[in-house]
Design a protein around this ligand. Sequence first.
Ligand code: SF4
Length: 213
Amino acid sequence: MDEFVRAHQKIVFDTTIESLKKHGFDARFCASREEAVSAIMELAADCGSVGIAGTHTVRALGIIPKLTEAGKVVHDHWALKIGTPEELECRKTQMTADLFLASVNALTMTGEIVNRDGCGNRTNSMTFGPGKVVLVAGRNKIVPDLDGAIGRIEEVAAPTRAMSLNRKTPCVSTGYCMDCDSPERICRVTSIIHRQPMFTKITVLILDEELGY
Ligand code: SF4
């Protein structure tokens, strides 16, 4: 990689981690997927149950089988048929798991965590309920500020997610948000975590890789 690209990325990582720490979050840099997996397993060591958000990033780490092998009870609603009573119950159980594991839609260099949900189970679980929250963010999730975060969600994250779900929403054709009124709209709840919530310890793992939407 070009040395100046690398130097720029280091500034972005260092600034983001410093800002998140200043806002009360635990923030760590992970140079590889292996480092991220080790950090998650260390943070999960004293946890009996782990809730998994609907996230490609976390699944790409291959962490779910490792947690199961370590004896954790894993609540993963993607393993269940969507909309069934079991799947909805699984989403609720995630809110009281010892640890909740998710990714983010955007992470700002000014130290905020920004997400937009369809159901709200992910945004709820991130702020109150679980004993610990661990968020894994690829470097592609970092933006300068809150305007950049909303822009990233509307121009990249949500349209791509709608495509992955085979939704018939306008963004699937245009590639950017049209603030639709489609019954299949996936954007229904926006959460900005400005500071570490009072009773929830959040660790952000910034992964030096482009990963997820
Ligand atoms: S509001 Fe509608 S158009 Fe905009 S990103 Fe969400 S689903 Fe797509």
